[in-house]
Design a protein around this ligand. Structure first.
Ligand SMILES: *Cc1c(COP(=O)(O)O)cnc(C)c1O
Length: 401
């Protein structure tokens, strides 16, 4: 406690964040997660900003499944997996995830952040090349940093640039090349062109990896993910993803792929070797979620109905959105102060939304990001759309105004 300058330095950096409007406050929820939440001050809000795509986070069936696993397997293991931290429920979940994703084997992590952080270093070294989309998630960027492979970056979703980078890596004589992309990019709801990526991978003898955090459980006809959506199941080498979004919403992550890849990760991946086992209640609840969504596509269908309805209506009212089909709907407000004012007004009108502006998104691309859920009722969506219209009129930003 003798270096006062350290603390005053932090204080002034925090102050700068506040004055620049970049400070991130936390909203405190006093209820379960859901399409409607109760905030700390007792107000009920319609929630449009959770990654709760299938509505399973605050869902009774999910928490009952967690309670059953809690009872059967206990609270936790106080161990990493390889010492005394693997239970039947973990092996069962790994097997079911593999079946669901169409892969050979799967390894569980405490978070997708760990899955991405621990996937590159055990598999690639300075002789290899990682070719990464410029908008990939922070955890992929960190994972790549921990690995000695050469780094190549291609412009977001730009297949011509990807090919350029593949040529560059090939000309540099790299032994193995791996193309890495988010299956879906969470700021724009952009879906990666996996059919084209697989084609390029085949042309240049490269491996492929996708992060399915915003896709597992609801993209594709049966919810298996972006690889199903793009018709390339069985053609992706490595799939990472989270249990903390659509697939139940608690926490946990996974890496899935060929047996020899997963076995290598079990032997060498540091976030797996040196971090505690996923709590058995999460594994148990995740199994119940997988079973539920494998039996019926009702939740997934409901989500896509809600998405189509919201996308159509919000444009009819006079807002500009990024076109697409994903339940992430960026409603463009362009200027940061407008996005801030808008989100604040929506909060007063009972709608929970998040605003994004520079540096999270490019300058002049400020927006509020709506995330649809299977749990939203048509009535809730209509209430939200009315609030959008009212706030839009008040701020004078509707197209046909
Ligand atoms: C949310 C997210 C993660 C992190 O998932 P956690 O399980 O919460 O660590 C990783 N990658 C992408 C693309 C994500 O959206």
């Amino acid at each position: 406690m003798s270096d006062q300058a350290f603390y005053s330095g932090l204080q002034s950096k925090l102050e700068t964040l506040r004055t620049e409007g970049l400070f991130k406050p936390e909203r405190v929820i006093a209820s379960r997660q859901g399409s409607e939440v109760v905030s700390q001050d007792g107000r009920t809000l319609i929630n449009m900003c959770a990654n709760n795509y299938l509505g399973l986070s605050g869902d009774r069936e999910t928490s009952d499944a967690a309670a059953a696993a809690l009872e059967q397997y206990g609270y936790g293991l106080s161990s990493v997996r390889f010492i005394c931290g693997t239970q039947t429920v973990h092996k069962e979940l790994e097997q079911k995830l593999s079946e669901f994703l169409g892969t050979e084997d799967t390894i569980l992590y405490a978070a997708a952040f760990d899955a991405n952080g621990g996937v590159f270093e055990p598999l690639f070294d300075e002789n290899d090349a990682i070719i990464s989309d410029a908008l990939n998630h922070a955890s992929i960027i960190d994972g790549v940093r921990l690995c000695k492979a050469a780094r190549y970056r291609y412009a977001n979703n730009d297949m011509a640039d990807l090919e350029k980078q593949l040529i560059a890596a090939t000309e540099a004589g790299k032994r193995h090349k791996i193309i890495v992309t988010d299956g879906v990019f969470s700021m724009d709801g952009t879906i990666a062109q996996l059919d084209k990526i697989v084609e390029l991978a085949e042309k240049y003898g490269a491996l492929t990896m996708i992060d399915e955090s915003h896709a597992s459980g609801f993209m594709g006809k049966t919810g298996r993910g972006t690889h199903e959506h793009c018709g390339v199941i069985g053609k992706i080498d490595i799939i990472t993803g989270t249990l903390g979004k659509a697939l139940g919403g608690a926490m946990g992550g996974f890496t899935s792929g060929r047996k020899e890849v997963i076995e290598t990760l079990r032997q060498k991946s540091r976030p797996y070797l040196f971090s505690n086992t996923l709590a058995p209640m999460i594994a148990g609840a995740s199994l119940a979620v997988l079973e539920r969504i494998s039996k019926s596509t009702a939740l997934r269908d409901r989500l896509h109905e809600n998405t189509a309805y919201f996308r159509k209506e919000i444009e009819r009212i006079g807002f500009t959105i990024k076109p697409g089909t994903h339940p992430v709907v960026p409603v463009m407000l362009f200027e940061a102060p407008v996005a801030q004012k808008f989100a604040a007004r929506m909060f007063e009108l009972g709608v929970l939304l998040s605003g994004f502006f520079y540096p999270v998104v490019p300058m002049g691309q400020a927006r509020v990001r709506v995330q649809l859920s299977a749990a939203h009722t048509r009535e809730q969506l209509d209430t939200v759309l009315q609030a959008f219209e009212q706030a839009g009129k008040e701020l004078g930003i509707l197209k046909n105004q």
